[in-house]
Design a protein around this ligand. Structure first.
Ligand code: SF4
Length: 497
């Protein structure tokens, strides 16, 4: 339920390179468009696509706008964006205002021609980096940390460039100046560089674009047959663009994508050999359940959270249910673990959308009832446990419990498939202020009473980590590690804000 209560993902990035002969027959702009549609849950404020024919000094074709992806790109615009490679971005702002100047990808001129940059994440040392750039006489125009990265890329690396452009050197410089948090796609000439920060805080993965024959089902597809490569924040969009999951970009890795294929060109070390710090909330809430991180499907991890919650906080009830729908996998697993039937108690109206205008007090007070219709037969006279993935401000939970009580629920118990959120995030997730977080406002033993529930229990931090990490194979990550800073206050690096 985090979306209605204040947790918001920062962005989604996507890139595509056609293989084979150029100019390509592959519809690169449409592929990026569909990729961004698949990443829409990561940002709904603005989006942009930049493409190129990939020749030296190619003119970049750019289309950006405010709003949802399908409201910005129409058929004629996508036709005008024809190219051999391109990158895209969908944004939710954490730093910088929500206006057109901040819409990514950013395109700037460098000593070696144009570059386009798309960024997901937030730099924990943005303040000092900004001062440093301003001292060097660099003018900034957007107020975003993504612009800081873009400007850093325009700087010649300290080792110089005696043999022409050294993009790996330039990227290495960024990675030494700032270690968290970024997943980047950078386009220059005929290449895209996929870059993940040394802590792997935001996800990034690679996919292989299969030839059309793979979908027609006419012939066996040779494993080497491919139309191109894609890079994406999440793999959930691969099916819709006709791509097969290839692998994750590793924490600290720089991967070069070109018509020749994908090549790992650098892996940046982590300071003091500290473990990775992938955002654990990507598993809990942000990512789509059909995405794959660290060799495991997000859906499966959410189920494990539900199972773990059942072990830590069982309750004797008639029915296990959820607020649709991000906590459904956890609720199903909770029910199975305890041998209690799972049933739906709410029908979600998918067409409510955001309510920008609240015309009068009566409609305002309807609150969650506009969004959720109670399924009375599953509620009346029942002892219910409601599973949710997280509670942020807690404003939606009060009317939800009220709705269940009004429909005749005998008991309402709450179980949350993640620990209490108590601290802000400085790495790309918009969390309300410490004072607004319900876990800081009401003491734990008073929370059930506050929501008018019969009981309330959260998953423990150890339980969440165990649920996430037990499915990661050792050979896929030399060391496993996840950021849990908003739960514990222990940040992976010193915060410089
Ligand atoms: S502080 Fe929380 S939301 Fe932010 S990166 Fe860490 S786990 Fe994710």
């Amino acid at each position: 339920m985090a979306e209605s209560t204040g947790l918001n993902e920062a962005c989604g990035v996507f890139g595509c390179v056609a293989t084979g002969n150029w100019p390509t027959d592959l519809d690169v702009p449409h592929t990026i468009y569909l990729g961004l549609i698949g990443l829409q849950h990561r940002g709904q404020e603005s989006a942009g696509i930049v493409t190129s024919m990939g020749n030296k000094n190619s003119r970049y074709k750019i289309k950006k706008g405010m709003g949802m992806v399908n409201g910005i790109f129409h058929e004629e615009e996508l036709l005008k964006l024809r190219g051999n490679l391109g990158i895209g971005h969908t944004r939710y702002s954490t730093l910088g205002a929500s206006d057109t100047s901040n819409v990514q990808p950013f395109v700037v001129e460098t000593l070696h021609g144009l570059i386009a940059v798309a960024h997901n994440g937030e730099l924990t040392n943005a303040k000092s980096l900004k001062t440093k750039l301003l001292k060097h006489g660099v003018g900034l125009s957007t107020g975003t940390d993504s612009e800081l990265i873009t400007q850093l890329l325009t700087h010649t690396p300290e080792c110089g460039e005696p043999h022409g452009a050294n993009w790996i050197g330039r990227i290495k410089r960024i990675m030494s100046e700032t270690v968290i948090s970024y997943s980047l796609v950078i386009m220059h000439d005929d290449k895209i560089y996929a870059v993940r920060d040394p802590y792997g805080n935001r996800p990034l993965c690679l996919g292989k674009l299969l030839p059309a024959t793979a979908f027609a089902g006419k012939k066996e597809v040779d494993k080497d047959d491919l139309d191109g490569w894609v890079v994406s924040s999440e793999s959930c969009c691969f099916n819709s663009v006709g791509a097969r999951y290839y692998r994750e970009v590793l924490p600290g890795e720089v991967v070069e994508l070109s018509k020749e294929g994908v090549k790992s060109v650098y892996i940046a070390p982590r300071p003091n050999d500290t473990p990775p710090a992938m955002c654990i909330f990507e598993y809990v809430y942000f990512a789509r359940p059909d995405s794959i991180f660290e060799g495991q499907m997000v859906y499966t991890v959410r189920q494990r959270c539900g199972r773990q919650l059942a072990k830590e906080a069982p309750v004797d009830v008639d029915i296990v249910s959820t607020v649709p729908e991000s906590a459904t996998p956890a609720a199903l697993a909770y029910a199975k673990q305890l041998g209690i039937p799972y049933g739906e108690v709410f029908c979600k109206n998918r067409y409510v959308g955001r309510t920008f205008i609240q015309p009068n007090m009566r409609l305002r007070q309807l609150g969650v009832a506009k969004k959720f219709g109670p399924i009375s037969e599953n509620i009346k006279g029942k002892r219910i446990v409601l599973i949710d993935d997280s509670i942020v401000r807690g404003v939606t939970m009060i009317p939800i419990v009220k709705l269940l009580r009004a429909e005749g629920a005998k008991e309402v118990h709450l179980r949350i498939a993640s620990p209490p959120i108590k601290h802000p995030c400085y790495m790309g997730i918009n969390i309300p202020t410490t004072q607004e977080l319900i876990a800081n406002k009401i003491s734990m033993d008073k929370l059930a009473e506050y929501f008018d529930a019969d009981s309330l229990q959260y998953l423990t931090v150890e339980g969440l980590k165990h649920a996430v990490q037990q499915g990661i194979k050792d050979d896929e990550n030399d060391r496993v590690g996840h950021c849990v800073a908003c739960l514990t206050g222990q940040y992976p690096v010193k915060i410089d804000w």
